[in-house]
Design a protein around this ligand. Structure first.
Ligand code: GDP
Ligand code: MG
Length: 443
């Protein structure tokens, strides 16, 4: 699904990432292409338009991050906005038990298949599940559900031809309770098109069934129509979520990107194949990640954005150059490293960082170093050369360490300072020197 869009985005991003600086017209050109690609993928027009406007605002308004290419930052903004577009709304399935689910949708949208998929999904979570054959309009519908039920080993409640739908709803509910089911899934009838009869029947079923979750199944391939269908159903049945079926096809699939925005109903599951296990919970981050396929760049910009105070890093670099880099800066660096999380992970993200594997930082050591530096006076931190034996002893006591540890730290600091000076004069890649890991801290 969304493959064409994916390809198009890839080429737009590749272009942007080639620029050292993004001008207003670079961004406008890129967004024009993106908007066309979104529309071609069947994304609802107002949604595509709004998305692009939002991205444009953010892309032009954002300050450049130290060490991050503007094109990468654009990718990140795009990613963020897409996630936001998809991201709001409760996606968890209600925890109450017994939980009655109602599945509705047009004929052929994938209701029955989805009913079986959900039944299997719950059964795997050790829930007691039953299916109710609520599609009485097509003779083969009950048999289809029966077969699926056997396949996934879930009981199917079924009534003979001519049973009023109200009876099915009422008795299905009672039987589920009698048999101590955690989850009972009602596979309702569909129609070829949204019509008043279908919706009335469904509203009637919903009143008797009182579903905790009513999910509308929409075929991802139906494009913009999917949005209309969702609106029509939502007007009659209080929908709690959407299931997008057939997302495994090569369809344009843009409905996935706009349906929630337009209807306000969250997508909860994706159907990704015909088999009963071809169901995925819908996680916007993952969906967008797969669509853009640039997880590493996004993560890198993300962290840089959150954690690096560009200004103070610049200052630090300046002090480093003028040889004013003291233990206070060293401590700031350490804290920064700590906040950045496992250092190995961060380093692995940096393009061209040498010896990715070799870098390991001992967290305990960082804590100790922190304690030692905190036991120094500001003057000592600024000019470690004044640290004579007596001072070192005082610091060791103050930090609960040994003089040896203090000496060790000062040696490390010294070699780190040398190394950083070397790096700041030109490391293996632009940008990364500011995050350089001093050799002295490894292992
Ligand atoms: N490839 C694919 N096929 C699906 C998916 N969901 C349903 N189908 C197929 O779509 C057809 C109609 O599904 P069905 O569950 O009978 O639809 P219903 O009329 O809404 O109950 C069947 O052939 C299913 O195998 C899906 O996620 N991927
Ligand atoms: Mg069916």
């Amino acid at each position: 699904m969304l493959e064409l869009l994916q390809k198009k985005l890839e080429s737009v991003f590749r272009n942007l990432r080639g620029y050292g600086k993004l001008s207003e017209s670079n961004v406008a050109d890129a967004l024009r292409e993106i908007r066309l690609a979104l529309l071609a993928a069947d994304v609802h027009y107002p949604v595509a338009k709004q998305l692009c406007e939002e991205i444009q605002k953010k892309a032009l308004g954002k300050e450049a991050l130290a060490g991050i290419r503007p094109g990468d930052q654009f990718v990140k903004i795009f990613h963020e906005e897409l996630v936001r577009l998809l991201g709001e709304g409760e996606r968890e399935i209600r925890p109450e038990r017994p939980l009655r689910l109602l599945l509705c949708g047009l004929n052929g949208s994938g209701k029955t298949t989805t009913a079986a998929k959900l039944a299997l999904w719950f059964r795997k979570q050790r829930q007691k599940v039953a299916l109710v054959a609520g599609d009485l309009t097509r003779p083969a519908a009950r048999e289809q559900l029966q077969r699926l039920g056997e396949q996934i080993e879930v009981p199917v409640y079924s009534w003979p031809d001519g049973t009023p739908i109200e009876t099915v709803a009422r008795e299905g509910r009672a039987r589920g309770e009698r048999e101590g089911m955690d989850i009972v899934i009602f596979d309702a009838a569909g129609r070829l098109d949204v019509d008043a009869d279908l919706l009335e029947e469904l509203a009637g079923v919903a009143r008797l069934w009182e579903p905790g979750e009513s999910l509308l199944v929409v075929d991802a391939a139906t494009g913009q129509v999917a949005v209309k269908v969702a609106e029509a159903f939502a007007a009659k049945v209080p929908l709690t979520g959407l299931v997008l079926s057939r997302t495994d096809g090569d369809a344009r699939g843009g409905a996935a990107l706009s349906i929630q925005q337009v209807t306000g109903i969250p997508i909860k599951f994706l159907g990704v194949g015909e088999k009963p296990d071809a169901l995925q919970t819908f996680v916007p981050e993952r969906f967008v990640g797969r669509l853009l396929g640039m997880g590493d760049i996004v993560a890198l910009v993300d962290r840089a954005q959150e954690e690096i105070d560009a200004q103070s890093m610049e200052e630090m670099a300046k002090r480093l150059k003028s040889n004013e880099f003291g233990l206070q800066d060293f401590l700031a660096q350490l804290r920064l490293m700590k906040r950045l999380g496992p250092l190995e992970n961060l380093l692995a993200l940096l393009p061209g960082f040498p010896g990715k594997e070799a870098v390991k930082v001992d967290e305990k050591k960082i804590k100790q170093i922190e304690a030692i530096i905190l036991s120094m006076t500001p003057g000592e931190r600024r000019r470690p050369t004044i640290l004579n034996g007596r001072r070192r002893l005082r610091i060791a006591r103050g930090s609960g360490t040994q003089v040896n540890d203090v000496n060790d730290l000062l040696r490390k600091f010294d070699s780190m300072r040398k190394m950083m000076r070397r790096i700041s004069k030109g490391g293996p890649g632009k940008g990364w020197p500011k995050l350089a890991i001093p050799r002295a801290l490894r292992g």
